[in-house]
Design a binder for this molecule. Structure first.
Ligand SMILES: *[C@@H]1O[C@H](CO)[C@@H](O)[C@H](O)[C@H]1NC(C)=O
Ligand SMILES: *[C@@H]1O[C@H](CO)[C@@H](O)[C@H](O)[C@H]1NC(C)=O
Length: 378
């Protein structure tokens, strides 16, 4: 009898150790990486640089240049470190920055002329770069242009021809299709240099790019009749999800999702708003706002504007549930003009989570060994 219980205990310990290991391995496996360049050339805006270039790795700004500073600048310490070891790299960007400035000015001028646009504000933009799937090693390149906020022309890397979705761009397409050396250069760039550089950046920025940081979340309602906003800021990576739910069900009706926006420090913010006009006060405790990042960290907050102060529900997924809940806490308060706020401060990075996992792993290992020993002794 006793032996069987112990065997069961040992087996369940093993299962838990296994699950935690799987969870841990999953934390270390990122998805796709991307290197994106954004160029914006404008005419007719007096207090904005005529040319602005930005480089983003995994959605985080790592380099910047514009027509007033006239050089490329690395952002974030790991990019600065890379530049320190390879100053040529920055030099290449600075040259590209001034070269493209001439090209884009010429482009915008010829477009304005062709479309009879003598005055007003005009904007010509390019987004190009590549994506790299860490697991399959698949590379995807892209190069597309926009004019005055609409798609203008895009490169099809399979056929090496330009695609013009608008009649205004057909003249450009026909001309660019004849520029064979440029097309070949493009092809080479997206197949070789872009992924090489992306891999280099990911290598340098690995601990920064692969960390997981949970946001601080607050609730805000401007007036009793306006939407309740659940706002998360400071999270990383960008691929995060937030939604409102009632009980276990996600709500779609009366919900407005905001865009994910970058913060200056390389983290992100977003908010999701809920129309609470038809919710009865006694139903409030069934509602919460859920934040989800990396398929793992999963946080919920109950909002109860009528019954304050109320402790939040802090939860997690699988093994993370209990562990993280122990370390999470939040302070709820309601200020004088009816704002609902909840500050949440478990800013936890991956290293810390690893530590938690390792400790738990050890504990279960000890339980397993001890129970095995007892079984063996009996
Ligand atoms: C531009 O103006 C010229 C003459 O004023 C006209 O012939 C031409 O069709 C116009 N082009 C466009 C794209 O409107
Ligand atoms: C919330 O929904 C109600 C009707 O369901 C609507 O009358 C009201 O305008 C909405 N509030 C906001 C702020 O959108």
């Amino acid at each position: 009898e006793g032996n069987r219980t112990l065997t069961e205990l040992a087996l369940s310990s093993l299962v838990i150790v296994y699950l935690l290991t799987v969870w841990w391995v999953k934390v270390d496996n990122p998805l796709k990486h991307s290197l994106k360049y954004f160029i914006t050339a404008s005419s007719g805006i007096s207090d904005f640089p005529e040319f602005v270039g930005a480089a983003l790795v995994d959605g985080v700004l790592v380099g910047y240049c514009d027509s007033s500073i006239r050089r490329a600048e690395p952002k974030l310490d790991w990019m600065q470190e890379l530049i320190k070891k390879d100053p040529q790299h920055l030099e290449w960007y600075t040259q590209k920055c001034s070269g493209n400035q001439q090209v884009f000015r010429a482009n915008i001028n010829s477009l304005k002329k062709r479309l009879n646009q003598t005055e007003g504000v005009h904007i010509f933009q390019r987004m190009n770069g590549c994506e790299w799937d860490d697991e399959t090693d698949k590379i995807t390149g892209f190069n597309q242009y926009g004019y005055d906020g609409e798609d203008f022309i895009a490169l099809d890397l399979q056929t090496l021809t330009w695609i013009a979705p608008k009649p205004q761009a057909v003249v450009t397409k026909l001309q660019w299709d004849t520029e064979k050396p440029r097309l070949e250069h493009n092809k080479n760039y997206y197949i070789n240099r872009c992924p090489d550089w992306l891999k280099k950046y990911v290598k340098y920025g690995r601990s920064f790019l692969q960390r997981t940081v949970l946001p601080s979340v607050s609730f805000l309602q401007r007036t009793p009749s306006s939407l309740v906003s659940c706002h998360a800021t400071g999270f990383y990576p960008e691929r995060a999800m937030m939604f409102w739910r009632r009980g276990e069900e996600e709500i779609h009706e009366g919900v407005e999702h905001g865009e994910i926006l970058p913060n200056h420090d390389g983290s992100f913010q977003m908010s999701v708003e809920l129309n609470v006009s038809s919710i009865k006060p006694e139903d409030w405790r069934r509602y919460d706002c859920v934040f989800h990042v990396n398929d793992l960290t999963f946080w919920t907050f109950s909002v109860s504007p009528s019954v304050f102060p109320v402790g939040p529900v802090v939860g997690g997924v699988g093994g993370a549930l209990l562990l993280l809940a122990v370390f999470g806490f939040s302070i709820w308060r309601r200020n004088n003009n009816g704002e609902i706020t909840a500050d949440f401060t478990p800013i936890m990075n991956l290293e810390f989570m690893h530590l938690v996992v390792i400790c738990t792993y050890m504990i279960f290992l000890v339980i397993f060994l001890v129970s095995y020993l007892i079984i063996w002794l009996c």
